[in-house]
Design a protein around this ligand. Structure first.
Ligand code: SIN
Ligand code: FE
Length: 287
């Protein structure tokens, strides 16, 4: 479930055995853990280790690397520019690592986030509470079967980031698919027209959202399903397909995260992709 890779550099070349191990671990639904790969802040950036750099409204500060703009930070002027530079340095380092370690070719670099608020003690509705086990599926971002791969760094000086990692995707899907009702024809078209979604939701997107919600709303599943307690040390990083691996973030502060999107045709084993698993289980074409 948590596979350790003892690499110490952000740039390859990495040896063939390391690359093969990384690929197999990731695609089979493990969290790839880099205990010896700290993302180092500059001395001047340690001022950002403060929950008040967030605006208090959104969970995370996010950077759109194509525009260089950050959202949801309380900082302005020169401080905001330096915070954006820190998040960008992390995002491009994560990009280089993924490029060097995995045989995927071009992966799309999506948003980069900084998570400066202690996870424990925040309050949310169940659906948006990531302290509950879930797979990632986002209402406004249809994936059309594409994968969500995320790279995290714990930049907290002392605290671990604490996750639970749940059962294999297929077991989860088998449990919840029978509860998922039919999707209204026309809804995805309307949502796209109204700008609720960026692009059209496929049946795959509707199913993934339903599974995300059904799992979070089921308290028996939350308390009793098999899971592993996983702790990510200060100064470590990890990489995981969060659309496949059930996860819950229970505690920790000061993490950075880079999201990547890729087509299932880029995978070594596309049959392991959630869209293929759900198509097999449901007998339907989903995208
Ligand atoms: C999540 O993706 O559910 C949150 C992960 C984290 O912030 O540690
Ligand atoms: Fe998540």
């Amino acid at each position: 479930m948590k596979e350790e890779l003892p690499i110490t550099t952000w740039h390859g070349p990495y040896d063939a055995a390391t690359k093969a191990r990384a690929l197999a671990a990731l695609e089979s639904g493990n969290v790839l853990y880099f205990p010896n790969l700290p993302f180092r802040l500059l001395e001047s950036e340690t001022e950002f280790l403060d929950a008040r750099v967030a605006d208090g409204k959104a969970k995370n500060i996010s950077l759109d690397h194509t525009s260089g703009k950050i959202q949801a930070s309380s900082l302005t002027g020169e401080h905001a520019v330096r915070l954006a530079a820190m998040i960008e340095r992390f995002g491009s380092s994560a990009g280089a690592l993924v490029q060097g370690l995995l045989p995927y070719g071009d992966v799309e670099r999506a948003r980069t986030s900084f998570r400066p608020v202690q996870v424990k003690g925040r309050s949310y509705s169940k659906i948006s509470d990531d302290r509950l086990l879930h797979i990632d599926a986002f209402p406004s971002r249809p994936m059309q079967g594409r994968r969500i791969l995320r790279f995290f760094a714990n930049v907290a000086p002392v605290s671990h980031r604490h996750w639970h990692v749940g059962q294999p995707f297929e077991d989860f899907a088998r449990r919840f698919l029978p509860q998922v009702g039919p999707h209204l024809p026309g809804k995805s078209w309307l949502f796209e027209k109204l700008g609720v979604t960026r692009g059209r939701r496929s049946l795959y997107d509707e199913l993934m959202l339903s599974l995300h919600d059904a799992g979070k709303l089921d308290s028996d599943f939350q308390s009793n399903s098999l899971h592993q307690d996983v702790r990510f040390a200060p100064g470590s990083c990890w990489l995981v397909f969060t659309d496949q691996v059930l996860h819950a973030a229970l505690g920790g502060e000061f993490a950075l995260e880079q999201t990547f999107h890729l087509d299932i045709s880029q995978m070594a084993e596309p049959a392991r992709a959630p869209v293929r698993v759900l198509e097999r289980l449901s007998g339907k074409v989903l995208v």
